[in-house]
Design a protein around this ligand. Structure first.
Ligand SMILES: O=C(O)CCC(=O)C(=O)O
Ligand SMILES: [Fe+2]
Length: 261
């Protein structure tokens, strides 16, 4: 893969669509991308390293087109997504339907709390287990939880957020595998958000390809927000899986029927 397909340089991309009002654009400056030496312990894959202040990412095209096509098909058949209250989040005190579909799988008893909601892990299925184990073998990190997001087309999106919740093991990478429609993805430093930003720090943009694996290494999620913006002209499905290491719940289960003293 060429460096140019990793770093989004221009405002408009060939695959880009209608510009949405919430879209954020960077300076378009090319950032430094280093090849990781083949002696690196992340296997012999052609990883690309992307660095900025307190941002540390690794990216590789993990699956071939044929492998990624087959996996996407398998997951489309195997996965069922959350509905009802599990498909809602709280934004500025209001409950809204998430603009995509979502489900979590993982070890029994694990759950993920974010934006006012708690998503319980369903058991691992064969496809997710295979993908998890392959990612562990090439990264050297093990994961006990995966959050799956399905974007039916370019209208579905994920807003700016940091994956820094308390139930994540601190100092551990998050491995994000994408299948289907390639989509733009960006990182914005917390000090450079909003009109009254304290600093001006370039946005880091990349394209997440079919079969592409992005490792978000610490301390990235402490300092940088990330988002998958709308691209309304894109019509195809995309599935993203973020493999995570979660702490087992530290809270004791609530006893039913006993009122607090
Ligand atoms: O779909 C994506 O690539 C973004 C996923 C993500 O940021 C998340 O699940 O926290
Ligand atoms: Fe995220």
């Amino acid at each position: 893969m060429s460096l140019d397909s990793f770093v989004i340089r221009g405002k408009k991309r060939a695959s880009g669509g209608e510009v949405c009002s919430s879209e954020t654009r960077g300076s378009g400056k090319k950032r430094k991308v280093e090849d990781v030496k083949s002696s690196d312990d992340k296997s012999q894959l052609p990883w690309k390293k992307l660095r900025a202040e307190n941002l540390d990412l690794d990216y590789v095209r993990l699956y071939s087109k044929k492998e990624a096509d087959d996996l996407l098909k398998e997951l489309e058949n195997a996965l069922e997504y959350n509905t009802g209250h599990l498909a809602r989040v709280q934004m500025f005190g209001k409950w809204i339907d998430i603009p995509r579909k979502q489900v979590a799988h993982g070890e029994a008893g694990l759950s993920y709390t974010f934006s006012g909601n708690t998503i319980p892990a369903r058991p691992w299925n064969p496809a997710l287990t295979r993908i998890r184990d392959y990612i562990s073998s090439v990264t050297g990190f093990d994961f006990n939880f995966v959050l799956v997001n399905r974007y039916k087309d370019g209208c579905d999106y994920m807003g700016e957020h940091k994956d820094d919740e308390k139930d994540l093991v601190q100092g551990y990478p998050i491995a994000s595998l994408s299948l289907g429609q390639p989509r733009d993805f960006y990182f914005k430093h917390q000090d450079s958000r909003g009109k009254n930003a304290a600093r001006k720090i370039d946005i880091v943009k990349l394209e997440l390809e079919h079969g592409g694996l992005l490792l978000m290494n610490p301390p990235t999620n402490q300092f940088w927000y990330h988002a998958l913006p709308q691209r309304k002209k894109l019509g195809n499905v995309r599935i993203n899986m973020t493999f995570r290491k979660m702490n087992p719940s530290v809270c004791k289960p609530v006893k039913q029927g006993i009122s607090p003293k």
